[in-house]
Design a protein around this ligand. Sequence first.
Ligand SMILES: *[C@@H]1O[C@H](CO)[C@@H](O)[C@H](O)[C@H]1NC(C)=O
Length: 380
Amino acid sequence: MPRLAASVALAALAACVVASPVAEPAITEAPKLAKRATSCTFSGSSGAASASASQKSCSTIILSDIAVPSGTTLELTDMEEDTTIIFEGETTWGYEEWDGPLLEISGTSITIEGATDAYLNPDGSRWWDGEGSDGGVTKPKFFYAHDLTDSTITNLYIYNTPVQAVSIDNCDGLTITDMTINSEAGDSEGGANTDGFDIGSSTNVVITGAEVYNQDDCVAVNSGTDITFENGVCSGGHGLSIGSVGGRDDNTVDTVTFYNNEVKSSVNGIRIKAIEGDTGSITGVTYQEITLEDISGYGILIEQNYDGGDLDGGTPTSGIPITDLTLDNISGVDAVESGGYNIVIVCGSSGCSDWTWTDVDVTGGSTYSDCENAPDDISC
Ligand SMILES: *[C@@H]1O[C@H](CO)[C@@H](O)[C@H](O)[C@H]1NC(C)=O
C-alpha cells in the first residue's frame, strides 16, 4: 500500500484500538493469548499526549504523522516490557525556546522502528543562529534515549536537529541500526553543536550503519563500557570522539570500538580529549578500519590538556590515563588539508601507555612538532 493510503487508512482507525474487555482466556494451554496484544495508533496534534497517557495499555504504539505541540516532549517512558513503537509518516514539533528534549523513550525490551519513508523532523533550522548550545536562543535537545535496557532502535531518519541529536544515557543493551541524522543544512544555515550521538554511563551499546551529517561530534563517548560504533559514515562534523572525559559523575571509558567507519569533510577524524587536571580513565579504546577524507583540523588528536578548546590548553596532566589504545588500519593518505595537522599527541608525563598502532597512514597536513609523551615509539 502506498504510504499516503496507509496513513489515511490508519487515521481512519481513530485514536486507539482497544481490545474488547474480555477476561483472560480460560484455555490455560495457550497462555500467550492472555498477553496484552493491543495495537494503538496515534496521530495529529493530540497524538503525543494520547500516546503518553495510554502507553501502558498498548503492546504496539504506532505514531502516525504526529504533530507534537511546542514546548512539550513526546514522552514514552512508562511502557510495559516488550512494547514496540513504530513511527510512520512525518513527526513534527512546534517551535519554542526551551531545553527539551523533544523526544524521550525509556524502558526494557523496547523495540523502536521507523517505517519505510518515515522521518522525524524537528526542523531545527528555526532555532539555528550559529551559536549552538553556547548562546543565542535556547534550543531543545532532540532525543533522550535514556534508561533503555535490552532494546533496539531501527531505521530512524532524523532531520535537522536544533542542537544535540541523540543522547544515550544509563542504557544497558541498546542496539541502534541504520539511523540517519541529517542536519547537513546546518552547514550553511547556522547549525552548531548538533552532535550525532552523545553516550554516557552506558554498557553494551552498538550503533551500526549510522549516517551522520552535522556540525559537531559524530559520536562522543563521555563514559561507558562496551560501546561499539561500526559501519558508519560521518560528514561535516567533528569526528569520532572519546570525551571530553572528566568533571562528570562518571569519568570511566572502558572498551570502546570504532570499526569500519568513514569520516569525511570534518574538522577531526579521531579525537580523544581528557580534561586537564581532572581524574578518570580511558582504557581499551580501538579504532580499526577508519577512512579519513577532507579533514580540516586534525587527522588524529589525542590530548590530556583539554580545557574547552583544541591545542590551546596548558600543561597536559596524567589524571585521566589513556591506556591500551589500539589504532589499526587508519587510511588517510592526503586526507588532511594543508592548514591542519596529521597527528597531534599531547600526554602528561605518565598519562599514556600501552598503545598499539599499526597501519596508521594519515598525511596531507603538517607534522606537529610539539608532540608530548607519546608512548611506545609512537610519534606525531
Ligand atoms: C583497511 O581498511 C580499509 C577501509 O575500511 C579496508 O578496505 C581494507 O580491507 C582494510 N585492510 C586490512 C588489511 O584490513
